[in-house]
Design a protein around this ligand. Structure first.
Ligand SMILES: Nc1ncnc2c1ncn2[C@@H]1O[C@H](COP(=O)(O)OP(=O)(O)OP(=O)(O)O)[C@@H](O)[C@H]1O
Length: 316
C-alpha cells in the first residue's frame, strides 16, 4: 500500500526554517540559518567545502536534529515530524547508494518494493523510459559511468513521487553533457510542481536555479535570484585585456579601491564596492595603449569571489 501522506498536496512554501544552528565537537558548523523555498522552485545551495550545506540539508529532512531553531518542511515540523518528512522527500547524497551488483531494472524495482509502491515492474519501466535508460536496463549499476549512475540515482529518488528533492552535489565529477541532461530533467520535474534544493559548486548550475543561497562558515551570506545576489554585492566591475595581464593583476591588487580581481581567460575582472575609488585606482592604467578597458556588469562568479573574500575577512 502506498503511504497516504504521499498523496497530500505540498504547501506553497515547502521549506520554511528559522535560526537553525548545529555544532559538532563544540564548533558551530551551521550558524543561525533561515531559509524558505517555494513549491515548484529550484533553490541552489552554494558555498565552499565544509561550509555546512550537507548538515543543513540533513536537518531539513529530519535526519539530523538542530541544536536550536525550528521550522517546517512540506508543512511538517522538522523537530517532531521527521518520519512524515522523510517519506515525502527524495534525498540524493554525494555517495552513490544503490546496489552496484544489481542491474538498473533490479535496483529500481527494489526501491519501488521498499516504498511499498503498487506495480513495481511498471513503475521501474516508467522510470527507465523517463530517464532515457531504455536499452540499458540489464546493465549492472556498478558498471555505469558517473553520469548514468547519477541518472539512475535520480530515477530511484523520484520513484516514490516525492514532493521535494534534496540533492547534495548530484553532478560532482560528471561530464558537462551529462550535467546538462541532468539539469534539463530537474527543470522538467520542477515544471511538474516538484521542489528542489540542490547543492553545487558549479557556477553554470547556480545560474540555472530560480533562487540561490550562499553559505560560508555555517552562515547564510546571500539569498535571492542570481540578479539579486549579484546586485546585493554592490560591485562595480571593469574588464581589462592585454598582454601579461597576470603581471598587471599583481600591481592592481595592492591598490585601494580595488576589492576583487580575478582572471577570466585572457581578461581580468577588476571590481570594487566604491565606484569612484575604483575609477581612481585604475585611472593611471586607462591610457596605456597595450591595455583595453571596458566597463562591465559583475558576474555571479565575481559576486561569489567577493562574498568568499569578505567572509574570510570576517572569520579570520
Ligand atoms: N557528524 C559529524 N561530526 C563531526 N563533524 C561533522 C559531522 N558532519 C559534518 N561535520 C563537519 O561540519 C562541517 C560542515 O560539513 P558539511 O558536510 O555540512 O559541509 P558542506 O558544505 O556540505 O561541504 P562539502 O561542500 O565539502 O560537501 C565540516 O567541517 C565537517 O567536517
Amino acid at each position: 500500500m502506498t503511504d497516504p501522506t504521499m498523496t497530500v498536496e505540498a504547501p506553497e512554501t515547502v521549506i520554511d526554517v528559522h535560526h537553525l544552528t548545529k555544532s559538532f565537537g563544540g564548533r558551530k558548523v551551521v550558524d543561525d540559518v533561515s531559509m524558505s523555498v517555494r513549491k515548484g522552485r529550484i533553490h541552489g545551495f552554494l558555498g565552499p567545502n565544509g561550509s555546512g550545506k550537507t548538515t543543513t540539508i540533513r536537518m531539513l529532512c529530519g535526519l539530523l536534529t538542530p541544536d536550536s531553531g525550528d521550522g517546517t518542511c512540506l508543512g511538517f515540523d522538522i523537530l517532531t515530524e521527521s518520519d512524515r518528512i522523510r517519506r515525502r522527500v527524495g534525498y540524493m547524497t554525494q555517495k552513490f547508494s544503490l546496489y552496484q551488483d544489481l542491474s538498473i531494472r533490479e535496483n529500481l524495482e527494489f526501491v519501488a518494493r521498499v516504498y511499498g509502491l503498487s506495480d513495481p515492474r511498471g513503475k521501474a519501466s516508467a522510470a527507465i523510459e523517463r530517464l532515457g535508460l531504455k536499452g540499458r536496463e540489464k546493465q549492472l549499476a556498478g558498471e555505469l559511468s558517473g553520469g548514468w549512475k547519477q541518472r539512475l540515482a535520480l530515477g530511484a529518488c523520484i520513484l516514490p513521487e516525492p514532493a521535494l528533492l534534496l540533492l547534495d552535489e548530484p553532478t560532482a565529477g560528471v561530464d558537462p553533457q551529462a550535467r546538462r541532461d541532468f539539469w534539463n530533467e530537474i527543470h522538467a520535474l520542477a515544471t511538474e510542481g516538484l521542489s528542489v534544493l540542490v547543492s553545487t559548486h558549479y557556477m553554470d548550475e547556480a545560474e540555472r536555479c530560480h533562487e540561490i543561497a550562499y553559505i560560508a562558515y555555517g552562515k547564510l551570506l546571500a539569498e535571492g535570484t542570481v540578479d539579486e545576489v549579484i546586485a546585493a554585492t554592490g560591485l562595480s566591475t571593469w574588464t581589462v585585456s592585454g598582454p601579461e595581464v597576470h603581471r598587471l593583476q599583481q600591481e592592481l591588487e595592492k591598490l585601494p579601491g580595488i576589492d576583487m580581481i580575478a582572471p577570466f581567460g585572457t581578461n581580468l575582472h577588476v571590481a570594487g564596492h566604491d565606484e569612484a575609488a575604483l575609477g581612481q585606482a585604475i585611472a593611471p592604467y586607462r591610457d596605456r595603449a597595450d591595455l583595453k578597458w571596458e566597463k562591465d556588469e559583475p558576474t555571479l562568479e565575481d559576486a561569489f569571489i567577493d562574498l568568499m573574500r569578505r567572509s574570510e575577512d570576517n572569520f579570520r
